[in-house]
Ligand binder design. Sequence first.
Ligand SMILES: C[S@@+](CC[C@H](N)C(=O)[O-])C[C@H]1O[C@@H](n2cnc3c(N)ncnc32)[C@H](O)[C@@H]1O
Length: 385
Amino acid sequence: MLRCPRHQGLGAAVRRGLAEAVARDAVTVAFCDADGEYDPGELESLAAPVLDGEADYVVGSRFAGRIETMAWHRRVGNRVLTRALSWMTRTPLTDGQSGFRALSGRAASAARVAHDYNYAQVLTLDLLARGFRYAEVPISYRARTSGDSFVRPLPYLRAVAPTVLRLVGDTRARMSGVSVHHPLFARFYDWVAPMAEQAGVARHRDRLTTGLAGRVLEVGCGNGLNFGHYPPGVTEVVALEPESYLRERAREAATRAPVPVTVADGTADRIGAPDASFDAVVFSLVLCSVPDPLGALREARRVLRPGGELRFYEHVRSPRPRFARVQRAVDTVWPRIAGGCHTDRPTVETIGTAGFEIVELERFDFNPAPVPLPVAPHALGRARR
Ligand SMILES: C[S@@+](CC[C@H](N)C(=O)[O-])C[C@H]1O[C@@H](n2cnc3c(N)ncnc32)[C@H](O)[C@@H]1O
């Protein structure tokens, strides 16, 4: 029995439960709202698709099963929210709000509940966007006759809608296969980058790549500005770039590189490479833009050999609280004009959360532009798998 010492929200409780199950190497993890509306006797049929290896994420569907009692306004609300979730995930769903679900150990370990208030939509958005196999199982439901639900329509929408809206763009992009499409920003970046290089970025790239050797994976290589900095000990660079214009520029840069470089289409969250197949993974000015930095870092860790190195050069959330507050405010508009780049990501902390040991870290302010920018705080360093 686990107890949360204070009330943190349903989303936080599910997150904690999943983490505990993962720590115990669970093959299947199921959860059920504890208000008596669902029948725990149906657990076996709920978990069956996971145990049979047919699905990673199973939702018990009341609307595909039997509903004994449900207030009309809840019925309407559930239908509307389920329709919306189906549209967002491009998946025919019949019950987006069910409180009875099962996950495979792999899905439980990857799952991210993006806010504390609730898990219903965000868990489905997250798992379906990352390609986990989905199934529904009909279940029975009976509205409770005593006690109060924490769900109040307006506060619920106010708490949940911003996170859901933030996830929708990422989810639809990831599910459509066109994962990154910023044609204007790509051309702008290609145009301003040479000036930024001269203003000091090139020096940071030297420090980023110094001492690297063996097989290197570079994630989100842009137009290939790191390629000229790789030292001779590097035997091969595999560079991923999802944006088509920048990928072509990177292919041109690869022909001039001092080491062999192959440029491929690919995103940070799904690196199509075997486990432990690289000696080093390089991220530069990328973790600000990927939809899911923690997922990207975990994926990087997966493809790194034990003892392999993560090299990073990123602009990050300022350690100075006042500046960080400005970054947070600016972040409401910045991603729209800067190709999805976020100003206030705690990237150094996320690297630690992903399981890396940071062995070298330098924090500094750097602004290559003639005007003050909210992306001046940087971090450059090395971390070990
Ligand atoms: C500011 S540019 C930096 C490019 C390059 N790394 C550099 O140092 O100049 C950000 C890059 O991240 C890439 N990017 C955005 N989302 C990504 C994702 N999900 N996976 C991999 N790369 C991504 C963009 O296409 C773009 O090339």
